[in-house]
Design a protein around this ligand. Structure first.
Ligand SMILES: CC(C)(COP(=O)(O)OP(=O)(O)OC[C@H]1O[C@@H](n2cnc3c(N)ncnc32)[C@H](O)[C@@H]1OP(=O)(O)O)[C@@H](O)C(=O)NCCC(=O)NCCS
Length: 373
């Protein structure tokens, strides 16, 4: 069977949410350049921008933040279900918990913008609580109830670690969530739009997205990068390690992208964060290893292979004490507004998404009774 084209270069539909210019290394949410948003906007502002199509005024932002804060608690029955499956892969736990949360939310089951928007706002908060709860359950610790006096990022770290984070750490997670918030028709968003296209409710579309994010070619790269960094250990060994990997025909995780054929602007944002945070924490080694890997990969820039968002994200998470296994769930926490905005856009002018497969199998076989096979 052919490996297919993976719909490479195929334009699925029109969208007003996100522009990626892969040749220029440009990412734009609703008209605003990601570097501008990274410098000035909070995750809450960016989530509002993605969902409503415009930056919020002060009172609109306050109301939106209030809606997010009031949705931070998850039902006790969801916590119980999570406890039962806590030994599973974190993305399986996340998928199961979100599925349970939406099944229990009777007000979320209609595939319309009117129902999907408030259901989505609620889920942005609940997914953060679910990820923090899962982290603690896996450590055998009690979940920490959310606080309503903290930002989304600060509250997330508070629920993870049971202690209020520093302003600097909360700012880093806020930036990370902004950088992950939306990325056009990536695999998980495509999956969400396919589900929405059948007129399935928003919760079902988000579950489809979470299931799709699980794979190592999409959400799993940051974890793989951090494993590589720890395996290499010594910056002086990085070049040799990468040479061996390439010679063995293996892909180097955290490099390459279906759309970007130059610097991924999100990686540029996270590079400085990884460097400064490593320095502050007395761990310059991981950043040095990453730098050496980048150096070893320089010849492949001519082929359009550059570091992607996952390349520095793993080091940043690890330095903040977030374990490898929570990297993909972290990605989901950030991507929620993008998934929701795409589902709502799909509902606005819905069409069933149903491509064709070119059949290459036999056509004229005759049924053979079971004893004659
Ligand atoms: C993301 C990814 C799936 C994009 O793949 P794609 O658009 O289908 O590109 P291809 O896999 O067809 O790669 C094109 C060429 O670049 C090479 N290449 C792509 N990514 C590479 C990597 N990370 N390391 C080494 N070579 C790579 C391929 O081997 C291929 O070479 P060839 O033309 O000699 O066969 C791919 O780059 C990858 O697997 N990267 C590692 C995983 C990762 O970091 N994912 C996170 C993405 S945000």
């Amino acid at each position: 069977m052919s490996s297919g084209t993976g719909l490479k270069g195929v334009v699925l539909d029109e969208s007003r949410i996100c522009l990626i210019d892969g040749d220029a290394g440009k990412l734009v949410y609703r008209g605003y350049n990601i570097h501008d948003l990274a410098q000035h906007a909070s995750f809450e502002e960016v989530a509002y921008l993605l969902l409503y199509g415009k930056l919020p005024k002060r009172d609109e932002l306050r109301a939106f933040e209030g809606a997010l804060k009031s949705a931070r608690h998850i039902p006790e029955s969801v916590i119980e279900i999570m406890e039962r499956v806590k030994a599973a892969h974190p993305m399986d736990i996340l998928r199961t918990a979100v599925s349970a949360a939406v099944a229990l939310d009777e007000n979320s089951h209609e595939a319309t913008v009117e129902v999907g928007l408030p259901a989505g706002i609620k889920l942005i908060s609940q997914v953060a609580t679910i990820v923090a709860t899962m982290h603690r359950q896996r450590l055998g610790l009690d979940p920490v109830a959310p606080r309503d006096d903290l930002s989304h990022a600060a509250n997330f770290l508070y629920m993870m670690f049971g202690k209020e984070p520093s302003r600097e750490d909360a700012k880093i997670i806020d930036l990370d969530l902004v950088l992950h918030a939306e990325h056009s028709s990536n695999a998980s968003t495509f999956a969400a739009r396919v589900a929405a296209g059948t007129a399935a409710d928003l919760g079902s579309a988000i579950v489809a997205a979470i299931a799709t994010l699980k794979g190592p070619l999409h959400g799993g790269a940051a974890e793989a990068v951090q494993k590589t960094v720890e395996e290499i250990g010594d910056p002086d060994k990085a070049v040799e390690y990468i040479r061996e990997k390439i010679e063995a025909g293996e892909k180097v995780m955290g490099f390459g992208h279906r759309v970007y054929k130059t610097d991924d602007p999100r990686a540029l944002e996270l590079r400085g964060v990884a460097r400064d945070l490593g320095h502050k924490m007395g761990n310059d080694r991981w950043f040095q290893v990453l730098q050496q890997i980048e150096k070893a990969m320089e010849p492949y820039r001519a082929k359009g292979i550059y570091p992607n968002v996952d390349f520095y994200a793993g080091a940043v998470y690890s330095l903040l004490g977030i374990p490898d296994e929570q990297f993909i769930p972290m990605f989901a926490v950030g991507r929620m507004p993008g998934w929701i905005a795409n589902v709502l856009e799909q509902y606005e002018d819905n069409v069933l998404i149903r491509p064709l497969l070119e059949y290459t199998g036999p056509r004229h076989l005759k049924y053979v009774p079971i004893d004659d096979r």
